[in-house]
Write a protein that binds this ligand. Sequence first.
Ligand SMILES: Nc1ncnc2c1ncn2[C@@H]1O[C@H](COP(=O)(O)OP(=O)(O)OP(=O)(O)O)[C@@H](O)[C@H]1O
Ligand SMILES: [Mg+2]
Length: 446
Amino acid sequence: MTDFYLVLGVSAAAAAGLWAWRRWHPVSFWYGVGFPVRAALVYLTWHHVASGCKLTRNRRRFRLTFDAVPVLGPAARASETVVRQKRRVRRVDVERSPRLGILRPTRLGWRMRLRLHDGQVPADYEKAAEGIAHAWRVHSVRVVDVRPGFVTLWATMRDPLTEVIVPPAPVELLRVRPGKLENGADWVMDFRIVPHWLNAGATQSGKSNLANAIIRDLAPQPVALVGFDLKGGVEFTPYAPRLSALASTRKESVDLLSDLVGEVENRMALCRAHGARNVWTLPEDLRPVPVVVLVDEVAELFLMADKSEKDEVSKTATSLLRVAQLGRAFAVYLIVCGQRIGSDLGPGVTALRAQLSGRVCHRVNDPETANMTLGDLDPAALDAARAIPAETPGVCIVAGQDGAWHRARSVYVPEQEAEQAAREYAHLAPDWKTLIGSVPVLRPAA
Ligand SMILES: Nc1ncnc2c1ncn2[C@@H]1O[C@H](COP(=O)(O)OP(=O)(O)OP(=O)(O)O)[C@@H](O)[C@H]1O
Ligand SMILES: [Mg+2]
């Protein structure tokens, strides 16, 4: 009896110890206990999981069969059979699961490499990922890192985007880190690699927050920031000290866009004169300041209250398209935000969208907007965009930099923080008149 109490006491103490370990130091608990248990379960159940998710293949294999042995084989049922041969080697169909590599723990789950069967493609695993996630009782399973003949699956126990913290990184020209990707890496937007970005999403989905994060990161860099904010300037006016120009009415937009087109043409002439293909191959002392243009709610630029505005709208559309087409080589970059950016806005919008190669799709209200934003990406990306819940503003699907798509979330940047950065680095804002080398216009009142 005392032994029984002893065992009971030790078990209770061990359970309480494990509970406390998990409660007070979840990270070491995961690596020390949680992960090894999970790994054992994954290895033990992989064959069933793969079979259930239709990832197995039948192979013909030689097997020793016992069908002539009484008790084990069919001979047991026919005891009168004359048994001549007790064992036979036969070729039989054997179900083989894809070979698992070593499971490697990550902070939120694990990664594992799988060897594809002949005839399988990574898309088979993307299709099966949801089933695998349910079988393993984890938040999600994604295919990351595809090599010829191998895929790596990444399982996460909970959504890594519930809390996003981006540690400060050294300032690099035209690179910003507005948030985190689902795989735990920093979300990097490098304008020299992907020059123009489309940032779409329903109202309150986090578009302006992303713009704030970009402004905050660009503010300390030697670049000129230009804003178009036809919501009466309410979004960008607080950042005016760091903006070189801001247009908040249609008239101002037309003027500012024609300044921008003029500036692109000047840069083009400069490059031609020096035999350079783009501004980055010009001698350093001649290299013009990069310009990053932010457009909030692009639909406002294309909306026509009546026929009299038709000319202005078509002028705006043409200029914006020209800036997008020519800007890349001449260091003029665009970030266009909007709820939906489709051909219904007017002529030229589809061509503009085609130029915006970086895509960010926040929560959307209808599947067409996701289609419009993400184009013909993998259908799983569209499903992921449609599944973004309203409770997590800032979560988005990003496509651009490496050809793949990622779930990501921008870091929360309250307006005050972006305003503070704009004030702190106001002295870095190049004067617009000087920048475009001509007389006009629109330096906003700070
Ligand atoms: N990454 C984020 N993390 C946490 N909260 C966020 C994040 N992004 C946005 N939010 C919250 O969501 C709210 C709406 O975001 P935001 O103003 O950026 O939406 P929007 O898409 O610009 O909407 P609208 O189309 O109405 O301008 C913000 O007030 C902010 O509190
Ligand atoms: Mg907004």
